[in-house]
Design a protein around this ligand. Structure first.
Ligand SMILES: Nc1nc2c(ncn2[C@@H]2O[C@H](COP(=O)(O)OP(=O)(O)O)[C@@H](O)[C@H]2O)c(=O)[nH]1
Ligand SMILES: [Mg+2]
Length: 217
């Protein structure tokens, strides 16, 4: 007899995710799940968001296999940051997010940004109850990634193409990348960004403001 373990895990995760989503809806809080490979610029993009969306009451949930490096950095900016160490697991689950939400006063927040564990595979399969999903693809990773990780590129509402300051140093064909993304997910917003020099940070912050405003109604 074949046991459907993966199906069961995903079904039970989806049910907890639905509870998280309902809880956030009751408090009109937008929650954005940020996914990317390690080093693509998730923390850097969150830093740009904190600098650029003054006025929104924000908290951050940091997912990492180990360490508190990212949450310490965010806390130093004066923003509440909850660190989840998965201890080896390559993605966050809806239950982990429920635990984090228990530590937050949702009535005093407009926006929660989740930094998922650095991985282009598993996070795309685990609904956390988020309002919106964002992935970051950095130009240093190569323009072929949409073909290699199609689920991640299909499942998101926005794609940040980060580290465009490195374009002169990388064999990254932007037109090729845009074409691949358009074939997989024509509805996604694709925003070019350099967290290093700030190029595109205003559009990223506008996107976050608009996602938050939609939830606030
Ligand atoms: N050149 C360049 N480096 C960047 C940019 N964004 C992030 N980095 C660097 O890339 C490395 C990983 O960034 P980080 O935000 O920690 O990535 P994360 O692992 O996805 O959270 C750090 O050394 C950052 O300074 C960028 O736009 N341009
Ligand atoms: Mg990080």
């Amino acid at each position: 007899m074949k046991i459907e373990i993966k199906k069961d895990i995903l079904a039970s995760n989806a049910s907890v995710a639905a509870q998280n989503r309902e809880r956030l809806r009751r408090h009109s809080v937008c929650m954005v799940n940020m996914m990317a490979s390690p080093g693509a610029g998730k923390t850097s993009a969150i830093v740009k968001a904190i600098e650029g969306v003054a006025g929104l009451r924000m908290a951050v949930i940091e997912g990492d296999i180990a360490s508190e490096i990212d949450s310490v950095l965010i806390e130093a900016m004066g923003v509440t940051a909850l660190q989840i160490n998965t201890g080896g697991s390559c993605h966050l689950t809806a239950t982990m997010i429920t635990s984090a939400l228990n530590y937050l006063d949702l009535g005093s927040l407009d926006l929660i940004i989740i930094e998922n564990v650095g991985n282009l595979v598993c996070p795309a399969e685990f609904d956390l109850g988020e309002t919106a999903r964002v992935m970051i693809a950095s130009v240093a990773e190569g323009h072929d990634k949409p073909y290699k990780y199609p689920l991640m590129f299909r499942e998101v509402d926005a794609i940040l193409v980060n580290k465009v300051d490195l374009l002169p140093l990388c064999d990254f064909d932007l037109a090729h990348f845009h074409q691949a993304v358009a074939g997989l997910n024509p509805a996604a917003a694709v925003l070019e960004l350099s967290c290093r020099d700030g190029l595109g940070a205003d559009r990223w912050c506008d996107w976050l403001r608009s996602a938050t405003a939609q939830v606030a109604g």
